[in-house]
Design a protein around this ligand. Sequence first.
Ligand code: FES
Length: 225
Amino acid sequence: MKVKLEVKRSDPERYERYELPYEEGDTLLTALQKIKEEHDPSLSFRAFCRAGICGTCAVKVNGFPKLACREQLRPYALTGEVIKVEPLDGFPVIKDLVVETEGMVERAKNCELWVKPKQKNLPIPPEVNRKIEKGADCILCFACQSYCPQTREREYAGPLFFAKLHRFCHDPRDADAEKRLEEAFKGELYHCLSCDKCSSACPKEVSPADLIRELMTCKGLAQKS
Ligand code: FES
């Protein structure tokens, strides 16, 4: 069996076609590595863990954001469907499938998205822990961010940012509630369309859309709006 790929390349912008023999268990990441090693060493893409943990290998596959290391090639090999591979939408392209996500990372850093403890060793009840765990599962792959229609229309901070912000609404250890609320407002939280596209794109089932809806009902925020 063979797999057919159409990979978006930059400089000059074009789609390159490749046909590779399929081996049992091959993923899209395996195929990209084969292309790089056996056909074209100039192909650029990001990958690190190969296990769906680091979030670096997210690309657009037939129009939908996916982790290349988790995308199995078997269905494509069986049906003969061409796999169109493109960089994630909504980010500047550095080269081929590599996009610039530094702006988003900087924003998260500026917002100081880490717990600022009120007091040492404050216990967290298990039900609260379950609530804040969701956002912690986010691997920063930017799939949700790239699939959200609002991030391209306005200064909307986006599902990834709000999924991370969500925990501070519930984490009893955090001492900076005011700043969290401010950031949610600055990021235009209330412009979420509730279309759930971000949740459908998330490979870790974080469900950012649900977290955004919960964030909207957070005590201080709901009073402010
Ligand atoms: S290489 Fe780490 S998530 Fe795919």
